[in-house]
Structures are given as structure tokens and as C-alpha cells.
Write a protein that binds this ligand. Sequence first.
Ligand code: HEM
Length: 193
Amino acid sequence: MEWALSLLLNHPEVLEKARIEIDEHVGHDRLMDEADLAHLPYLRSILNETLRMYPPAPLLVPHESSEECLVGGFRIPRGTMLSVNMWAIQNDPKLWPDPRKFRPERFDNPEGARDGFKLLPFGYGRRSCPGEGLALKVVGLALGSLIQCFEWQVVGGKMVDMTEGTGFTIPKARPLEVTCRPRPSMLRHLSEI
Ligand code: HEM
């Protein structure tokens, strides 16, 4: 959420496009709900692009080979601890043009399952994340509602500092500081919550 909001603040044209999509589909007469997510493809592309650039588990979780096997031509003995560098795959310039540029439009026409198996922030296979569906709904609904209901501004009008901190889950080096103001058109609904 923090990375997504930071990226949107540094790319006001993307934030505006997401707001227009929500306004056109949901309008101002109600708050968005879970059922709207299926009709908000641009919001989903923003989530995909954020999870591509800043995967919360950049090395997935360690796996162990239960049998000897070959991976990409390398012999892996039984019992080897394996880590998948998903950050490197999702930011590989051979797979993604200008990988450090925030461009949700790259997901306009996904290449089938998992975008050609280049986008795997939840891992893949039998030990992939069982919370994927829940996470995408919760984050989509939370981010979409924040866009629908509030106007966002960076404190001091500066660009958000996107430096990555250290740690297993790519935290931000400096926490995001923003001011938000309710959109006048949504005030009535917000006061009823
Ligand atoms: C944006 C949110 C989330 C991300 C990016 C994420 C990502 C991941 C990743 C990368 C793995 C390891 C997959 C692998 O190594 O192949 C994993 C495992 C797991 N996740 Fe998530 N996750 C998220 C949210 C959740 C939620 C909401 C739940 C539970 C409600 C959850 C429960 C689990 C569990 C139980 C595992 C271990 C599965 C196993 O080892 O069989 N995750 N997650």
C-alpha cells in the first residue's frame, strides 16, 4: 500500500487516470465495494506494477529440493536450499522494457497466465501464496477507496523519496508522509461511516 501510494503521488497522471476509472464505473453516489474490482482493470494494473517493482517477498521464501533435479541446466543435489530472486526476474531489462519506470500500461494486454510467468510476486505452484486472492481484494479495495474518497498531496510538495530500506520485505527507507483531504463529492458518504 505504501509503495503504491508513493508511486501514485510521484505520477499524478496515473493517479488521475485511476480516479477517472473509478468515477466512471462507481460514481459519487456510493463507496466502491469488492464487486467493483472486476470492472477496474487500470487499478489492477497499478497493483501489478507496484508488486512487480517492489515485491513484498523479493526472494520468495526458501525452498528445499526433495530430490536431485535440473534447474535451468544446473544440477541441484537433493536437500539443497534454493532461493528464487523474484525481484531480479521482475526487474530484468531483457523481460521488461525500462524496468525501473512505473508504467501500469504495460499490463494492458497481459501475456496469459501470470503475464508469461514473468510476474510472480506470490510465487507459483503448490507452495505459492494461499492468501493471493484475499490480498489482491483487500489491497485493491483499500487503495481504490483511498483514491475515490480523498485528494492526496505530498508534504512540502516534494517528490516522494523512493529509497529502499534493508530487510526481508523491501520496506521504504523513509516512511511516506502525505496530507489527504476528503473529496467534496464524497463527504456525505464518509460522514456516514
Ligand atoms: C500482498 C500480499 C502478499 C504477498 C505479496 C505474499 C507473497 C507470498 C510469497 C511470495 C510466498 C512464498 C511463495 C513461494 O515461495 O513460492 C507466500 C507464502 C505464503 N503466504 Fe503470502 N503474500 C501476501 C499475503 C498473504 C496473506 C493475506 C496471507 C494469509 C491470509 C498469506 C499467507 C501465506 C502463507 C500461509 C504462505 C506459505 C504457503 C506455503 O508455504 O505453502 N499471504 N506469500
